[in-house]
Design a protein around this ligand. Sequence first.
Ligand code: ATP
Length: 257
Amino acid sequence: MIRTEQAAVCAQLAGPATGLAVHVVARTASTNSDLLAAGSHAETPRCALWALEQQAGRGRNGRSWLSAEGSLCFSLRWPFTRSGGALLGLPLAVAVACCQGLEDLGVTGLTIKWPNDLLRRERKVGGILVEVAGTGAVIGIGLNVVLDAATATALGPAAADVQTAGMPALPRALVLATLLNRLVPAMERFEVEGFGAFREAWTTRAAWLGRTVRLGDAVEGTLLGVDASGALRVLTAQGEQRGMVGDLSLRTLERPA
Ligand code: ATP
């Protein structure tokens, strides 16, 4: 099973992703934790780890990511030479690449909630957790390919899956390969050009542009977009304020039309 899935992913890697080391495990607590614990390996500084079952997925700030049989949970380790500050926009670039991969598979109507949540019709279909380790990063992605009834009930109406969003029923190996085929060239580009190269693609998919939002506890105003570093721009009564990618959460104060 594991070897079959691994062969299926590798056979469908294309372009710059061809030959990427892809490891598959039956189950683990967290693919991000595993890659962080493994450290960087000189022979495979770039690699992906797919857990067919992830039992304790992590979100930001100690939150958890729930997954079930129809989930795709994997991490990508990438050795950047840029410093920590230059990686602030990385989660946004990853979100763009994930959207593009899902769009390649026929998913429509995806938006990105700053910095990096993947939404469809205001419901979360995927989560991204970027953890920087030294100059490298471990990029974890959890995607609801198809939610079974019990998991959908447990997650509530704030969650959705991509299979009901225009994507036909596809093997998870193909979904993973398609995402990696977008992520690998995106990471290569990010290394050279930074977030600025992704800003337009991010903005065209941004959720809540022009709407009234709250960022963290203090900043409230109209969402203008992001700057070239990935910081959120909000027009408040006191003028424009920027929020860096960090622990801040963005919420809308309006019900979208
Ligand atoms: P932020 O806006 O700051 O990113 P968040 O609530 O989206 O906040 P994350 O850390 O990005 O938090 O993601 C974890 C949260 O996502 C969980 O607390 C839960 O609300 C939600 N969640 C967990 N598993 C799933 C899933 N499979 N599908 C959709 N949503 C999920």
